[in-house]
Design a binder for this molecule. Structure first.
Ligand code: SAM
Length: 266
């Protein structure tokens, strides 16, 4: 196979020349294919869907973490569901939390990310606690309470399917502190409107504030992506930004406003 092709519809999609295969195996949960492309660097795919490319991943990982964490003065305990590639953890560490709990169902994703991505050492950070578990089950049994929860899961196929259920959202709310923030990746506004309407309808019943925001992710379906921000305390367009980590490549105070204004109107 000289090219990796991801179909976004039956007759359109995206492709990358495969310049070097790094890992290509079926784990207990999904097909993991990691390869190198001259323009986009290393590209991680799961079950034939692109998860990240080294070249443009920062749009997504800065967007799924900083808009929430920048509002919280002392983000002590953060939960990441999914996120096995490690880059969301790398961004969260810039807010100097006490602990980051990562619940990833597939330890093979962590293993190959540790070995192949330049941020792979985040898994050794003493603040990071890894739980190899199904996020759907973890949120039911944990006694922990979190300042922020980031659901950085794959798309609603395979092991991530149940992370789009109402019960999961209710359990997330139960383990969020009173002033906590939940952020979930919410798919493509070009191709997944139906999923977004369902996500919003369920979360709006559980949280006082639910707002979509957007970011470009050039290699994701449609080239733009949505996230949903939920909280009973923070309003992303009214609450004060407490800190913006240095040397980011996309997120900033101005971008913060713009991504919510646009996200709410896509
Ligand atoms: N940025 C990517 C995106 O937006 O599609 C997601 C990146 S990350 C690689 C997604 C991770 O979610 C994968 O490592 C996958 O194994 C994990 N995952 C899927 N379902 C899960 C579940 N039920 N519990 C915990 N982790 C899960």
């Amino acid at each position: 196979m000289k090219e990796f092709r991801e179909y976004h519809t039956k007759n359109s999609g995206i492709f990358f020349k495969i310049d070097k295969v790094i890992y290509n195996k079926k784990s207990k949960f999904q097909k993991i294919f990691l390869f190198e492309n001259k323009n986009f660097g290393k590209i991680l795919t799961l079950d034939g869907l692109l998860m990240l490319t080294e070249k443009d991943e920062y749009f997504y990982h800065e967007s799924i973490t900083h808009p929430a964490l920048s509002l919280i003065s002392k983000p002590e305990k953060i939960l990441v569901i999914g996120g096995g590639d490690g880059k969301a953890i790398y961004e969260i560490l810039k807010h100097n939390p006490k602990e980051i709990h990562v619940v990833e169902i597939d330890k093979e994703v962590i293993e190959i990310s540790k070995k192949n991505f330049k941020w792979g050492n985040v898994f050794e950070n003493k603040k990071v606690k890894i739980f190899i578990d199904d996020g759907y089950e973890f949120v039911k049994k944990t006694k922990e309470k979190y300042d922020a929860i980031i659901v950085d899961s794959s798309d609603p196929i395979g092991p991530a399917k149940k992370l789009y259920r109402k019960e999961f959202y209710l359990n997330l709310k139960n383990i969020l502190k009173k002033k906590g923030i939940l952020v979930m990746q919410a798919e493509s506004p070009i191709y997944h409107k139906k999923i977004q309407r369902k996500i919003y309808k369920e979360l709006k019943k559980i949280f006082k504030i639910c707002k979509f925001y957007f970011s470009p992710v050039p290699t994701y379906p449609g080239g733009i992506w949505l996230y949903i921000f939920c909280s009973d305390f923070y309003d992303p367009l009214k609450s004060k930004i407490k800190r913006i980590p240095k040397n980011l490549k996309f997120y900033s105070e101005k971008i913060h406003r713009a991504i919510f204004e646009i996200g709410e109107n896509l």
